[in-house]
Design a protein around this ligand. Sequence first.
Ligand code: AMP
Length: 399
Amino acid sequence: MTIANTYPANQTFHTIGILGGGQLGMMLAEAALPLGYRCVFLEDAANCPASLYGQVFSSDHVEAFIAAADVFTLEFENTPAETVARLKKMSDAGEKQGMFPPPQALEVAQDRLNEKTLFNQLGIKTVPFKSVSSKAELKEVSDTLGLPLVLKTSRGGYDGKGQFVVATEADIEEAWKALGDAVSGKGNLTPTPAPLIAEGFINFSREVSIIATRAQDGTIHTYDLVENHHHTGILAISHAPAVGTSHLLPEAQNAISSLMTHLDYVGTMALELFVSKDEKGNDVILANEFAPRVHNSGHWSIEGAVTSQFENHIRAVVGLPLGDTDNVFPSVMVNVLGEYPNLAEVLAIDGAHYHTYHKEEREDRKIAHITLMPNDVAKLDDALQQLIAILPNKMGLDS
Ligand code: AMP
């Protein structure tokens, strides 16, 4: 079947090439289809979540992938920066329609030291941090930053992996043993040798994130702040919006807007923030990291916002106007980790929306998410308790 003549006359291209084929790629493709755009994916796992939505090309077939698509984006942060740079160059030469986000966004996001340095340059507050390249330096830094501190690989870490909390001087030896190899690129901690980053340990009161989309003409639409709770370093639950954070929203909006503008960013981005107290006891927000892509803490927006983070990303990438980011109703998004729940039991809960990623069960793997959005917001807490009761992996939410 040919569908070429079913596009509007002014729709000059139709295929989006996505670097990565996980659940984020899958949900981008779900958002692209109603707008008349197809997606193809560059991904080595042939039966990845996105494979149900479009053709998957392995890394041995990069050229065929590039030939198959008109415009490019990514769903996986540790995408090789060279591939992104190449696609940008081809786009600049007029051979393709664009590579969004641009390579510089990925380069900064892939390195925690560069990322936090840029935050501070842009006036975005962070925890105090220092680069660490030797055990001796770690000892010095533990004096200047004070203990406890968090030692992290600056490249390659995700979901809390590649991190060590140095609580007392006695931990320095063990911390160096665990992460020191990353400095020289040994072991499988990081893709390339890079210094570690030591961060002051912060007693934050809450973890929140802000998501925004920037269009090709520079227009930025931001979503409400969302409150996130983690289980063993993996996102477990997001409350959208984060209750009682409206006083922090303007600063968070300014932070993500200045970051996006500085990077000449196009697409959806997430900025993760800690809420803490300053010396006067006022709430402050400190930026931890940004994701140059759609983000797990924005999944609620599929049902909970007028336009989802996925649709807005697609709109930005293909050059369409962005949609309204307002909340429809307050919602809670719960990740399903490791083991699937009984679907009939989930859907019996008022306002439950189920999204499977078609993945095999594996301990603590993100295999689905559920967004709860009952019409009557007073029922949201009840719905959450009912869901927790039937989830095989309760992620500590029942305690
Ligand atoms: P990250 O990989 O930087 O997102 O860190 C994973 C989790 O570790 C965060 O969600 C926080 O809960 C915690 N964490 C990270 N950095 C710090 C810090 N400097 N102080 C206290 N907790 C932290």
